[in-house]
Design a protein around this ligand. Structure first.
Ligand SMILES: [Fe+2]
Ligand SMILES: [Fe+2]
Length: 191
């Protein structure tokens, strides 16, 4: 990685917050009245995003924090919490939206994730910004981007497919579709 790339990169703490926002936004699309296909696509999107995020933190962010701060309780419980999250992800992948406990497992996963995210955002990320400094945070951000591309590449088609399906019922997509339909009708009417 070049020194320029490291300087241009956003800090790793901003990237982590953005990943959290994306996971929560995906979860907010999940409603029990949505079709089984939409709920399953949202869960697939969520599970893959959480898996990649956890791996990036374990490979890049947590080791950098351990170098400057040993024994931080939130850091100590982070990997066991990721492992519990992986257990629930495996359970969801082996299940289907028709299963009686599918929705409850999604809620359990997100309860755990929201708690974990709150700990990271109110303890670990501010500590990282205090202890590591902007330059190091940007260097780690560049490492994270490079590794993310490697992890996302084999899943690109899966991500596109599930995002299109999962967000197809979201209000923003509906507004977009209504706008596109309106433009089309207007064009046809003025021909
Ligand atoms: Fe984490
Ligand atoms: Fe995180």
């Amino acid at each position: 990685m070049t020194a320029i790339a490291a300087k241009l990169s956003p800090p790793i703490t901003s990237m982590i917050r953005l990943d959290h926002t994306h996971a929560v936004a995906t979860f907010h699309q999940y409603s029990l009245y949505k079709s089984r296909e939409t709920r399953q696509a949202l869960v697939k999107t969520l599970c893959l995003a959480l898996e990649i995020h956890a791996q990036l933190e374990e490979e890049i962010f947590y080791p950098a924090m351990r170098n400057v701060e040993q024994g931080e309780p939130v850091l100590e419980k982070s990997v066991p919490e990721h492992n519990e999250m992986r257990r629930l992800i495996d359970k969801l992948r082996a299940s289907s939206p028709d299963a009686a406990d599918y929705d409850e497992t999604v809620m359990q996963l997100m309860r755990d994730v929201l708690h974990h995210v709150a700990d990271e955002e109110t303890v670990l990320l501010p500590e990282a910004e205090r202890l590591l400094g902007k330059e190091r945070l940007c260097e780690l951000g560049a490492q994270m981007t490079k590794r993310r591309l490697q992890l996302v590449a084999p899943n690109t088609w899966e991500i596109v497919k599930n995002t299109a399906r999962g967000f197809s019922e979201s209000p923003m997509v509906m507004v977009g579709l209504a706008f596109a339909a309106g433009c089309l009708v207007k064009r046809m009417a003025t021909r």
